[in-house]
Design a protein around this ligand. Sequence first.
Ligand SMILES: [Zn+2]
Length: 402
Amino acid sequence: MANRPTPRTDVTRSAILAHIGANGPASRAELARALAVSPALMTQLTRDLLADGLIVELEQAPSNGGRPARMLGLAASAGRAIGVKVVADHVAFVEVGIDGRVLRSASEPFDAASSTYLTELVDRIRHFIAGGSGATLLGVGVGVPGSVDQPGSGVVDAPQLDWSKVELGDALRRALELPVIVENNVNALAVAERLFGLGRSHDNFLVVTIGTGVGAGIVVDGNVLRAASGGAGEIGHIPIADDGPRCSCGNDGCLEAYIGEAALVARARAEGVVSAAGGIASLRAAAESGDERAERIFSEAGALLGRTLAGVVHTIAPAFIVVLGEGTEAWRHWSFGFEPAFRSHLLRHVRSIRVEVETWQDESWAQGAAALVLATPFDAVGAAGDQGRLIRARLVEQAGRS
Ligand SMILES: [Zn+2]
């Protein structure tokens, strides 16, 4: 049984975990330099963290001469997090290790518009937690399709769910007696990219999602841009025409009203590309089989997205763009319109900006929500507030129990 560390050492232990979490595996010498503590103290602290099972020694990387330094990484078993995706008609869950790996997942029907939605949501989350291994849960992250004022207290405005000023974070925390962080689902994906994806080595990038809705998560100087009321990144509601179709937000001519899934399907039905009951899967199948009308629907959507994103690139100057979401399954067809429209509208010095389309899985949204919890030890600006502090405390306390 390890002795409980003193409060001062606790801070440094937490900082070591935070540094490895945010920057990837590091040697003892690198950690000592980064955290400005003596190599001797760092050796002792990392020995304790290894003994407590919070970090592990990794396979040594091949080295060019000299003695290779042992690299230290986070131990997957050091703590777990639950991620919850909430949409209008179902909830999806994942349990992940501290390294972001999905350990188990589930999906259940849910009616966000029901008068008892909160009790039902609590019951479903409890049920999922009860099915787990009983390992220390650091907290619960919840991603919603809407804007969230203060991820810590989690006040949600989500027209898609018919929720207005719902104090979801506080309600869930009281019911579950765990730290809870609520965030816009696209911002949650941006946090996950920062922690585990391409964003690991870049401080400025853009995550764009296509599918039912169209959205963006903006990472500036290493942090997800929340701006006023957490509403930054609603690129689906950029107006692109004066007299365009009605959008789900109630306005006319938004980008999403042209390239959201519902708009693509409506056009495909009207043009007879799919049957009156056909959905996005039928439209994709038509494009795959070489139906030119189907290909044109996707490629014109790609062109509208490309032209709009060129404007976004000029506004926020990201180093690269990651495209995610259910819509990426048809990206091959989007890209024919996207590439020329995007590149030709970019200023010359950014014209070759990298656009990466990542493989999408059903559980990706919930995985993003779990990253909200895993990111808090590494949350430099303290966006998660008290909930972040509670999660950090649970991570360090874990050592005292081993
Ligand atoms: Zn709109």
